[in-house]
Write a protein that binds this ligand. Structure first.
Ligand SMILES: NC(=O)c1ccc[n+]([C@@H]2O[C@H](COP(=O)([O-])OP(=O)(O)OC[C@H]3O[C@@H](n4cnc5c(N)ncnc54)[C@H](OP(=O)(O)O)[C@@H]3O)[C@@H](O)[C@H]2O)c1
Length: 237
């Protein structure tokens, strides 16, 4: 069987890096991005080493909100001749500390939507032909803040809710492609720390803990839909 290729955005740290390493262990080659080129290169070396026999990991630094960068990502997949999975993981919390909607700076709100909604949809548009050809899949990382009303989470939550509904419609439109939108649960990452500045978040699980859930979603090619990582883990199957 030919080696499968996954594109994971925001893979220099946190959930994206852990998931990319998990897919490398499953035998996937990878295209990854993040804005900080040095951090991305360091992550690429780790991800490469995680894969049995050393996987091909193409690291392309850039900002997912930049159309030229998105084209570079899509071209890398075109050059590879296939794309099996797109994971839209790169995201932003928006303003920190989290402001009430009454005080949310509109420019910060716009950025949250640019990164968390517009960029993932625009990247999907570019790679859909490859995904259709491969019978591939899109995994959009969302949040419980998309469906719960937590005070302070209005900007981020509204953007993630928009990404969830876009995923829902995409699943109805693209029958040859699996479309999953998934809440990973609270994770001990830089973004989570920004949501709780100055607080001890050491009780939150590491991102590696939810990788088996997402690997199961992808390798078992579960039906399109909304998932919670906790419900996909073997212990609660
Ligand atoms: N942590 C949680 O508790 C939690 C809970 C629910 C959902 N999530 C979701 O899980 C995903 C990953 O979050 P995380 O906690 O792992 O965050 P993180 O630790 O802050 O990592 C975010 C990653 O995305 C990259 N990134 C951010 N903005 C980008 C941009 N504009 N263009 C390209 N890359 C960008 C970052 O690198 P650079 O900064 O160098 O670009 C980094 O590699 C996000 O979609 C988040 O909303 C997280």
């Amino acid at each position: 069987m030919e080696t499968q290729l996954a594109l994971v955005t925001g893979a220099s740290r946190g959930l994206g890096r852990a998931l990319a390493a998990g897919l490398a262990r499953e035998g996937y080659d990878l295209i990854i991005d993040a804005r900080d080129a040095a951090a991305l290169d360091a992550a690429a070396a780790q991800i490469r080493a995680a894969g049995a026999g050393g996987r091909t990991v193409i690291a392309i630094p850039g900002d997912v909100t930049d159309p030229a960068h998105r084209l570079e990502l899509a071209r890398a997949a075109e050059l590879a001749g296939r794309l099996d999975v797109l994971v839209n993981n790169a995201g932003t919390l928006g303003a920190s500390p989290l402001p009430a909607l009454a005080d949310y700076p509109p420019d910060e709100l716009r950025t949250a939507f640019e990164v968390n909604v517009i960029a993932p949809i625009a990247l999907i548009q570019l790679v859909l032909p490859l995904l259709r050809a491969a019978g591939g899949a899109v995994l959009n990382i969302t949040s419980d803040a998309a469906v719960e009303a937590y005070a302070g989470w209005g900007g981020y939550g509204a953007a993630k809710a928009a990404l969830e509904q876009a995923s829902n419609v995409l699943a109805a439109e693209e029958l040859a492609v699996r479309v999953w939108w998934a809440d990973p649960g609270d994770l001990r990452t830089d973004m989570h720390q920004r949501a709780f500045p100055g607080e001890d978040i050491s009780d939150r699980p590491l991102p590696e803990s939810v990788v088996p859930a997402f690997v199961r979603l992808i390798t078992e090619r579960l039906p399109s839909g909304r998932y919670r990582a906790a419900h996909l883990l073997p212990a609660v199957r």
